[in-house]
Ligand binder design. Structure first.
Ligand SMILES: C[S@@+](CC[C@H](N)C(=O)[O-])C[C@H]1O[C@@H](n2cnc3c(N)ncnc32)[C@H](O)[C@@H]1O
Length: 276
């Protein structure tokens, strides 16, 4: 395939506009590989031709497809173990205390990719927090890529994927071997739902969340989109809820909305409540 620098610049700008993802020019070659199937479907002879179609047609579904195809979906079970230890030792026990009367918890895996994050939280709850049995607990995973949402809903993983981060004991307890794949057990699946949401556009109707995991996605966003997103996340959270970011991410440019809390050798963010 291949196209001119100005065509790549057009594609980078399109992705930024659609998904807030910044793509460094050093990664231009990624457009060639990732956009090949979409370009072919659109009837283009090559990437250059596809860019011309995108410019001429401005078809929203094609623009969205480009942004989705360029997402980085890297994830694994129990990624950044320290965050899960903090969940188990501090955050979830505190939420159990706070929600003792309602017996209801809503957890958001924002940018859930192929679902390992949401299923890890569900397994952690099943394994370590028996007090939550009988509660109304839902973990809602959202992502901009329809491909990863379908993947998460399918709840089936290859050996390579389950070998990354999932302790064997949990694998055997919460997944069933089926041919070449492992399938998440119905009990864990029942706690998780997945749906489309673009974090840099108006959010769909979602519940108020007690816990938000917004991990390893902010790093792709420019500062302006990060700060809009922190505003949206703050509005979507219970005032006594908790936000967890990825290891390399911080909410320091939104200190008016969130304050950092150190817990269990890690840290999370608590909403700043107006007037308090
Ligand atoms: C690197 S993965 C992180 C997955 C998981 N949170 C984790 O930490 O392992 C980033 C995910 O963010 C999604 N993403 C990127 N831009 C997004 C946007 N604007 N709205 C929603 N999801 C987005 C990508 O599709 C991808 O699945």
């Amino acid at each position: 395939m291949g196209c001119s620098e100005s065509d790549y610049a057009y594609l980078r700008e399109l992705v930024l506009e659609e998904s807030a993802n910044r793509i460094d020019p050093s990664r231009n070659a990624l457009f060639d590989t990732r956009l090949k199937p979409i370009a072919r479907l659109a009837g283009a002879k090559g990437l250059k031709d596809f860019v011309n179609i995108l410019k001429a047609d401005r078809a929203p579904h094609l623009h969205r497809a480009v942004a989705e195809a360029m997402t980085i979906n890297e994830t694994s079970f129990f990624r950044d173990l320290k965050s899960f230890e903090m969940l188990r030792e501090t955050i979830l026990p505190r939420l159990i205390e706070q929600r003792r009367d309602e017996r209801r918890l809503r957890i958001w895996s924002a940018a859930s990719s192929t679902g390992q994050e949401a299923y890890s939280v569900a397994m952690l709850i099943a394994e370590h927090l028996p007090e939550l049995a009988g509660w109304d607990v839902k973990i809602i995973g959202t992502d901009i890529s329809r491909y990863v949402i379908d993947y998460a809903q399918r709840a089936r993983y290859r050996r390579l994927e389950v070998n990354r981060g999932l302790p064997v004991r949990m694998l055997l307890k919460y997944m069933a071997h089926d041919g070449e794949e492992w399938e998440i057990s119905p009990r864990i699946r029942a706690m998780c739902e997945f749906q489309y949401a673009n974090l840099c556009a108006p959010l769909p109707k979602l519940p108020v969340f007690d816990l938000v995991m917004l991990r390893n996605v902010l790093l792709y966003f420019p500062p302006r989109d990060r700060s809009y997103l922190f505003g949206d996340v703050h509005r979507q959270m219970a005032p006594d809820g908790c936000l967890i970011l990825g290891n390399a991410e911080q909410a320091e440019d939104s200190s008016d909305l969130f304050e950092v809390e150190f817990a269990s050798n890690s840290y999370c963010y608590r909403p700043v409540v107006a007037g308090v």
